[in-house]
Every structure is written in C-alpha cells, then in structure tokens.
Write a protein that binds this ligand. Structure first.
Ligand SMILES: [Zn+2]
Length: 178
C-alpha cells in the first residue's frame, strides 16, 4: 500500500463527466495543486473504486521520472475519452498534450486498456513537464523503470479482473520525430 504523507501531493480532482453537464469542478484546497479530470469513457477501469488513487499514483511516478512536480499540472485538464484516437496538432494519436492532456482508453491494436497505467498518460505527463514536442530528450525511449514501478497491478475488463501490463512500447517515441 502506498502512503501519501505529503499534503502537496494531494490531488484535487474535480470529476466532471460529459453525461452530467453543468457540474462545477471543485475548487480544491487552497495551496494544493488543482487538476481537472473529464471522463468521456466507460472503460471499466475508470469506474473502479481505485481509479482516482491509481491515476494519482501513475502521475506521481511519471512526474518523478520526468523531473517534474504537481505544479506542472496545476490548472490543467486531463480528458480521457473512448475513441480510436484523439486529434493532436493536425494528426491523430493515442494521447495529446496541448496545454491540457487528452488520452484514449482504447488502442486500435490492443483494444480497450484495462488500467490507467496502460494509457499514454506517462508520455503526456512528459510533455507537461518537458515540453519537447519533437521528442529530442533521450528519456522518451527509456521508460522501463516507469513500467517496472507501475507493474504488477490489477486491471479491469468487461469480464472481470485481468493483469494490468504497462506498455513501454506504447509510451515510447522515436527521438527527433514529431
Ligand atoms: Zn509525444
């Protein structure tokens, strides 16, 4: 079990699902980093009881990998959708960072992800910390330590519990390529 002793790591997540429009995001605690979460997917892992703690932990691991902090996400929105891809800079991808983060819960080849750790969240957090839209930092190709830190957890499929397998190959990006 993970103990979160630092108040600065508390995540003020405001759930604002598309299906219940008009809900206002929580203001959060003053001084605590605030990030907005929009869910437009019914992937089973997003409905699991541990979703928010897993999201928090995955972001935490990603931030320490990229050398960032929660302040890099302050005021940003993470939108998680169920779609084959999201639009990104005129192209399409499994995730995008354009000041805010967008992620799909589905990969055309892999199917619906069974946990937040399988999405490209770790990659997009990298953009939130580094910028680096052209992927010139060598860390884009060295994410095995992140995968190791996030592995061994449970995933949620429509049939029940399955292993959650972080896909480094999905998170990586060839260097010097858009
Ligand atoms: Zn990227």
């Amino acid at each position: 079990m993970r103990l979160d002793a630092s108040p600065s790591l508390a995540l003020a997540v405001a759930l604002a699902t598309a299906s219940c429009g008009g809900s206002q995001p929580d203001e959060g605690v003053q001084g605590v980093q605030e990030m907005r979460l929009v869910l437009e997917t019914d992937a089973p892992f997003t409905e699991a009881a541990d979703f928010q703690s897993r999201l928090h932990d995955t972001i935490d691991v990603a931030l320490s990998y990229w050398g960032g902090s929660w302040s890099d996400l302050n005021g940003r929105t993470i939108t998680i959708v169920d779609a084959p891809s999201v639009e990104c800079g005129g192209g399409s991808a499994l995730g995008c960072f354009d000041g805010n983060v967008q992620l799909t819960t589905r990969d055309p080849g892999l199917g619906t992800f069974v946990c937040i750790e399988e999405t490209v969240l770790v990659h997009e957090i990298g953009h939130a910390v580094l910028g680096d839209p052209d992927h010139t930092d060598p860390r884009w190709m060295q994410m095995d330590s992140v995968a190791a830190a996030l592995s061994g957890r449970e995933g949620y499929s429509s049939e029940g519990l399955v292993p959650c397998v972080p896909y480094v190959s999905v998170w990586r990006h060839p260097l010097d390529a858009p």
